[in-house]
Design a protein around this ligand. Structure first.
Ligand code: KIV
Ligand code: NA
Length: 277
């Protein structure tokens, strides 16, 4: 039997082989991602991708648990990380523990992810001290969209100062240091310019996993449906490795045409008992 990767296995990859992470929300895609990746993220991006929400704000704990369980059933060797949805952890460290414990008990996943840096440090410490590995998520934090106003890259001032050669700190670097000190086993950095991602990666002792944060990070993550070409509109940082959207559309068109022309089903698709001529 294959041994499933753990949060400590991922932590041990700091300054090592790059960490490969993709999202999955289903047993089927999980089994494919599982063959090639180290970490499968059951992201709350499922709100956008599966349910058609404009933001991740409406996603519930029940949605995350249902899909997390499906991904655990579909995978064998990857660490499965389940996102804590908006409203399930921000109010207090006790609320966060209660929600994270439910996720772990009901899905059997190996870790949870939550958004926020310094402001979530106390919660991250509370969870990790109580047996729940936490992946942090800083930079662009999509659950805060209503406060941010729009999805755009974060830490411009910090990046410009670093690019000028000034050895300055800033809010995103402080967030990274805070979550690492609090005990997070890794941190996702989203939509942050390279100088900041590079400095953070060199500074903190836990792996950084970038999404729109350059190759300076210790690993990379993308939303599976985005990189497969299933979503028409994707952010600048997404490379499309496939064009599944048009493949699926062609297959559906062919099926619809063949049903209408009675070309499908053909004799080979029909059970025995031939009609007399
Ligand atoms: O929900 C998600 O898919 C994520 C990744 C984009 C990091 O949080
Ligand atoms: Na997310």
């Amino acid at each position: 039997a294959v041994k499933r990767k753990t949060a400590p296995d991922i932590l041990a990859r700091k300054n090592g082989e790059p960490i490969v992470m993709l999202t999955s929300y289903h047993a089927h895609t999980a089994s494919l991602v599982d063959r090639y990746c180290d970490v499968i993220l059951v992201g709350d991006s499922l709100g956008n991708v599966m349910h058609g929400f404009e933001t991740t704000v409406p996603v519930t704990l029940e949605m995350m648990i249902l899909q997390g369980h499906a991904v655990m059933r579909g995978s064998k060797q990857s660490l499965v990380v389940v996102d804590m949805p908006f409203g399930s952890y921000e109010a207090s460290k006790e609320q966060a523990f209660h929600s994270a414990a439910r996720i772990m008990k009901e899905t059997h996943c190996g870790a949870v992810k939550l958004e926020g840096g310094a402001r979530m440090a106390e919660t991250i410490a509370f969870l990790t001290e109580r047996g729940i590995p936490v992946m942090a998520h800083i930079g662009l934090t999509p659950q805060s969209i209503n406060a941010l106003g729009s999805f755009r890259s974060q830490g411009k001032d910090e990046a410009e100062a670093l690019a000028r050669g000034e050895n300055v700190s800033g809010p995103i670097q402080n967030d990274a240091i805070a979550v690492a000190q609090a005990g997070a086993f890794s941190v996702v950095i989203e939509a942050v310019a390279e100088p900041v991602a590079r400095k953070i990666t060199q500074t903190i002792a836990i792996p950084t996993i970038g999404i729109g944060a350059s190759s300076a990070c210790d690993g990379q993550v993308l939303v599976l449906e985005d990189m497969l070409g299933l979503n028409a509109r994707v952010p600048k940082f997404v490379k499309k490795y496939g064009n599944l959207g048009s493949m699926i559309e062609e297959a559906i068109q062919d099926y619809a045409n063949e049903v209408r022309s009675r070309a499908f089903p053909a004799p080979e698709h029909v059970y025995g008992g031939k009609l007399k001529a």
